[in-house]
Design a protein around this ligand. Sequence first.
Ligand code: ACO
Length: 311
Amino acid sequence: DDAAGEERFLELITSDSRVEPTDWMPEAYRKTLVRQISQHAHSEIIGMQPEGNWITRAPSLKRKAILMAKVQDEAGHGLYLYSAAQTLGTDRDTMFEQLITGAAKYSSIFNYLTPTWADMGSIGWLVDGAAICNQVPLCRASYGPYARAMVRICKEESFHQRQGFEILLALMNGSESQRAMAQESVNRWYAPALMMFGPPDADSPNSRQSMDWKIKRFSNDELRQRFVDMLVPQAEALGVTLPDPDLKWNEERGHYDFGELDWSEFYDVLKGNGQANAVRLNTRRAAHEGGAWVREAARAYADKQAAAAAD
Ligand code: ACO
């Protein structure tokens, strides 16, 4: 019954064990997980677009092969995450519907445009770097299927981050105009990447409860700080400047201080007013509609197989 289920649930959470799909769980826990995991899945699927945009224009065959593999990895991440969300009782059609109608959120970062090749470097280094900082602790999330999906995703993200760093490194070792292209791109992506961690803790309505349930292990601001601390030496190695005049080492705190972010820009992007919100959703919707015949054919084939097996 519910009382026994609840007691066992709390015991799983306090003992740092895993909650599995067949375990009793509070409705609000289920709802939070579906929200977070489906938004995460949508982010991976929409996240294919800013880089997919550069596959035909990558500067060499090797770069093209790497970029194509990376975009495919993102499709895979989306699929594992949809599967993890499905174990909570929400079907994939419902989640797709929420994405293409704009009812569901996906990461703010994918509403920025990618006008230069250096943006492929910045996405790998900064966006995937932020994703790793946020996602490594999710490998210890209390919900088993989510935590297990994150293990493989993090391994692949760490490769993605290195390939982005290496693109920027190649540009920084290149001509003056290539160095300028890398710096200009980092200037555009730095602040939006910091905003990926979500609003400041004081304005994060979900954090407290998600941390009590051990879905989130660290707060948005804690992870943002960790990310900035990680970036500074990497920026030095690359020879790029991080575009924040307030960025400086704080001996007392043992961390880098950094400037206030423009949260009005973040909320504006969430409202749908970013550079690429409309393009991203339209492209996704067209792909979904264009793929309808594939889903129909797969369904007809499955029905036929089932009928044959029943004979
Ligand atoms: N982009 C879009 N929406 C965001 C972002 C962001 N960067 N950050 C926060 N939000 C939304 C939240 O989803 C929430 O809205 P909702 O209640 O309608 O769902 C609202 O802003 C308030 O934020 P929080 O209370 O802080 O929300 P939450 O506790 O869910 O924390 C976070 C947000 C940190 C993004 C969390 O959901 C998370 O860790 N998600 C998994 C990681 C993920 O989704 N990564 C996607 C980008 S990385 C990639 O795909 C490469």
